[in-house]
Design a protein around this ligand. Structure first.
Ligand code: PTJ
Length: 264
């Protein structure tokens, strides 16, 4: 545990609490050191979204829920940051969509795999794939440790949710004919651009929304899921997020000019 207690009235309390959570999980061997840096990059993009779930993100969430619910063999891939921030939501989503949960790490070590598995089990996961010798299959086009996958999980999946990904694997999975759902605050990243469905949102907001969307859509049935997917265009949706960031920047700039002029 870190010794810092975030004052609840601090204007950035929410964001600072998330940072503390990641640091704690880093110290427990769950989050990779690079995971802290990756989060910082995500935070910068979140500023440009005014730290809110946007309309394009909500549409991406609907399409993601529909994809998981209509897949034959959906798998949720979990890395260090995802486990640290939204383990409970991942387990709920897996239960609703009957998806398998697989640990897949860029900075793979048996210690981290086991720590993440334990955390997911504590959150209620009945089975966690991809740990130790279970990750016996290989994605041949990849040279990183992400190539090691579970033959019962990612290898056999027709749809894979990959939160906070690094581009290579997304491209490889898409080439293998799988539907790839990315959650990535950076709409310009290779992952965001190459995924079948991209949710440009913070995982701490997107994961609970995805659980809710899956719950609701499951009740509405497969026909509704298909309708959502027919009307979803990932490139247009991504463009929507980029345009929104651009508009927010313009608004910030105009506000800054107004404040500067008042001060003159
Ligand atoms: O746990 P491991 O070993 O698998 O490593 C995980 C990290 C995240 C370190 C690894 O996958 C990595 O290096 O990823 P990248 O290439 O830094 O990409 C991470 C992407 O996630 C970036 O585009 C960030 O903008 C984005 N991101 C960071 N934090 C969040 C986020 N997206 C959504 N929600 C966040 N909280």
């Amino acid at each position: 545990m870190t010794s810092i207690k975030i004052p609840p009235d601090h204007p950035r309390a929410k964001s600072l609490t998330i940072r503390e959570k990641l640091i704690e999980h880093y110290l427990e061997g769950i989050v990779a050191a690079s995971g802290l840096i990756a989060h910082g990059r995500g935070e910068a993009f979140d500023y440009l979204l005014s730290e809110k779930t946007s309309r394009p993100a909500l549409e991406g969430i609907q399409a993601a829920a529909a994809t998981l619910l209509t897949a034959e063999n959906p798998v949720i891939s979990v890395n260090g940051n995802t486990a640290a921030l939204v383990a409970e939501e991942i387990v709920k989503l897996a239960n609703i969509t009957e998806a398998k949960i697989e640990v897949n790490l860029f900075y793979r070590s048996l210690g981290r795999e086991l720590a993440i598995k334990k955390l997911l089990e504590k959150a209620g996961a009945r089975e966690v794939l991809g740990v130790g010798r279970k990750a016996s299959a290989r994605i041949l086009e990849l040279s990183s440790e992400r190539r090691r996958v579970d033959p019962r999980g990612i290898m056999a999946a027709d749809a894979v949710l990959v939160p906070l990904e690094d581009g290579d694997r997304t491209e490889a999975l898409v080439r293998m004919g799988k539907k790839v759902i990315a959650i990535d605050l950076n709409p310009l990243s290779r992952t965001a651009q190459k995924a079948t469905i991209t949710i440009v949102d913070n995982i701490v907001r997107a994961a609970p929304s995805l659980v809710q969307a899956a719950e609701r859509l499951k009740k509405r049935g497969i026909g509704k899921c298909r309708e959502i997917l027919l009307n979803f265009d990932n490139k247009k949706n991504l463009a929507g997020s980029i345009i929104l960031m651009n508009e927010n920047l313009t608004n910030f700039a105009e506000k800054t000019v107004r404040i500067t002029n008042k001060g003159e």
